[in-house]
Design a protein around this ligand. Sequence first.
Ligand code: NAD
Length: 472
Amino acid sequence: MERDFRMLIDGELVEGATSFEVINPATGSAFAQCPKADRALIDRAVAAARRAFPAWSATPIEQRAALVDKLADALEARAGEFASLLTSEQGKPLDQAMFEMMGSIFTLRAFAAMRVEPKTLREEGGNTVIEHRTPLGVVASITPWNFPVILLMNKLGPALVTGNTMVAKPAPTTPLTTLLFGEICRDILPAGVFNTVCDQNDLGEVLTTHPDVDKVAFTGSTATGKKVMAAAAQGVKRVTLELGGNDAAIVLDDVDPRQVAQKVYGGAMANAGQICVAIKRAYVPEPMYDEFCDELARLAREAVVDDGAKQGTQVGPIQNKMQFEKVKALLDDARQRGTVLAGGEALDRPGYFIPPTIVRDLDDDAPLVREEQFGPVLPVLKYDDIDDVIARANDSEYGLGGTVWGKDLTRATDVAKRIDSGTVWVNQYLAIDPNIPFRGSKQSGIGGELGEAGLHEYTQPHIINVVALEDA
Ligand code: NAD
């Protein structure tokens, strides 16, 4: 791809201090150069966001929201170009890349329609107490490589509508869609309101410790999230952490095993399993275990695994070499401990391809069950007691999502209520909606995104408590 990418700083597209290669995971070869910031460029970006803050926060919310809507329109007009770049850098099949673009546009529009209204807490006996919500200032957005566009929009929408300015740092293996979005912003937003900086996993801390950054909005792994929280603590910065997950699917005994296996397969293998709320372990009643596993294996064997740019591809590559090696190591271990029914080996071709893999007969302590695999590899476990399986599902440091599958909705909902996580979906998966809050429990995160609660995360509640002076 013959195209020049630059960072957006203070309304201008700027070169990096240096540059690095961006790899297409379907080929394992570089296809573009990315500018890399240094401390000085990050300082410039933060200073620009700081300078832009007073005027932007004083702009009426209707005008800010209209500009966020305009960003959605501009993204929509170029959705095909974005989707194609997303497939090249991230690996996901083109139709899934387009789906991420449509979700991003929908998310921006949803936030553009939201408002933060003052809330009267008391009005009695001459005392008026009103909670206002004021913007925080400069927000650092730090995003991972699995959904580089929509995860940025989850932060940008609420941050800008509520009057904050932003410096966005994408993951080093998927920086280009964020840079392209910066080009759109240059033509629509006032200089400094939105800025982009790129690194190679080495400059995140400059943002999280920067004295002029007021909030860190982070999505990524739990390990990095802990570092972000520790760094942000020095300045008591506001922080939201959307971290890892190890979501369990609990299949109840009143379902048709084939029907539900097909849905569980979809929830495990979308985006090659690289979704924070992908189904990462499935618990199935003993009497239907064999049939359920066999149906999953059939689907896995039939999957079209190929370059996401090719029409008809259902499962693309793992996004980067490091993650590819991690998933391969989990597979090597799982082969020793359990029975691989389908897949199980990386494909012998360039790029980072692992075919959909179904593993049965593992113990709960197998690394593939306990850890977040973040790849197209699903362990399927057996159970015969509902209380026991709920305890097994909850026996995890993570608590992001989860699914329950059952015909009897009362019973399925009762099971869902006992799963210790931020969201549990019943008879569906990945039903993330910008109007519904999303957040993790335990080590899956702090604070949340989306919905009104997600909007409020970008504001400071500001109480104004008024009484009249008595007559002198
Ligand atoms: P990661 O933690 O390696 O990187 C995430 C981002 O943090 C990248 O931009 C990276 O450059 C940056 N970073 C690295 N070191 C940093 C530091 N010391 N300070 C500040 N920033 C730093 O995560 P990843 O491998 O890119 O993404 C996969 C993980 O993200 C998975 O665990 C997945 O579950 C999680 N995730 C969570 C959600 C959610 O909403 N909860 C959504 C998507 C992904």
